[in-house]
Design a protein around this ligand. Sequence first.
Ligand SMILES: *Cc1c(COP(=O)(O)O)cnc(C)c1O
Length: 433
Amino acid sequence: MRYYSTNKKAPMATLHEAVVKGLASDRGLYMPERIKPLPSSFFDNIDNLSFQDIACTVADAFFGEDIPADDLCRIVCDTLAFDCPVVKVDDNIYALELFHGPTLAFKDVGARFMARLLQYFIRQEGQERVNVLVATSGDTGSAVANGFLGVEGIHVYVLYPKGKVSRIQESQFTTLGQNITAIEVDGVFDDCQALVKQAFLDPDLNAHMRLTSANSINVARFLPQAFYYFNAYARMKALGKAENMVMCVPSGNFGNITAGLFGHVMGLPISRFIAANNANDIFYQYLQTGVYTPQPTKQTLANAMDVGDPSNFARVYDLYGGSHDAITAYVSGATYSDDDIRQTMRDCYSNTGYVLDPHGACGYRALREQLKEGETGVFCETAHPAKFKEKVDDILGTDIHIPQRLAEFMKGEKCSIALSRRFDDFKAFLLKE
Ligand SMILES: *Cc1c(COP(=O)(O)O)cnc(C)c1O
């Protein structure tokens, strides 16, 4: 399979090239040249298949031309060492719980898959060290750092905005050591992302070291997220609830929802999608007006969705041939203030007993408001509420339990490198590595 750039001004790339480069040379995002539909027989029988079996079939449609079936299925099964179950929350509303992985957020799926795929390529060719640069607003950094921890031949640099991620999130990538270096940038997430993007385009740095990205723009991170949308459908079908199924995705950089939309193009019978935003409502505004206007990032309670210029918008736009009508026919939006999020968490907790995290709260609320007669809604619960324990306890008046695997991180000692948001500083640091 070859990959083209959404800006259409870069040469086509192989899977290997697209994974190692991350971003195309014209600053566009890679897209597979073809999206293979899956046969209707697959969907007829899907409720009898396990998550792993479903994922191997979906992975084969994406990557089967480039990786032998046995190797690919091993990578998939290693990646999915945990389940992504659907859980009933309310009348006609279910949570697709994506937080059962090692860092308790959905990004574990893409990060673990990418680490294994990159390792597969590196081993095959006996190449020099590969350096992964990743900007994070919280959860990406922990998922990528843990996905790659101890993987030989790969070093990871995690850039995160100083003072803008929770203590628990920070502990998940600043306490690891080994092949993981944490860099604390005096700025916001968009500054971190800009530094990473600029590094890939800098000739001196590229001559000095082999760089790759692990942000959600990387095809090896975002495509595997399609796996759990197929699983959600299968599990809902087993419950007899898959008819008129609506998926609602709390969205920031739009990698997660884009993978779901790919699933639909492959034939997954989900009747429509809702993208739920916090106060960073750029996509919502685009749906209303047809005009895409990046905004400075606003800090919110759902901080992993604080993105003012979502990268994967370019993919959504490309997927629908740039047609606003085609996008709005299938995807609708929602935007919520911090007050809305707090209120929703309280209402859901008191009415159903289910503890939402601030991101999932946006998804749940959008379904409560927008679900029509005869539809069943599934929202992605993108992180475990304990990742935001201080906020959640404060809002709900609870003392929620911290799962063991999360508590372990917090015992470690923080080790990070402080840098300004100037590219020159970042570059000088990397040139010494
Ligand atoms: C990253 C993240 C999101 C946003 O996902 P995108 O793919 O960037 O849209 C939502 N919730 C949580 C908990 C996250 O970590």
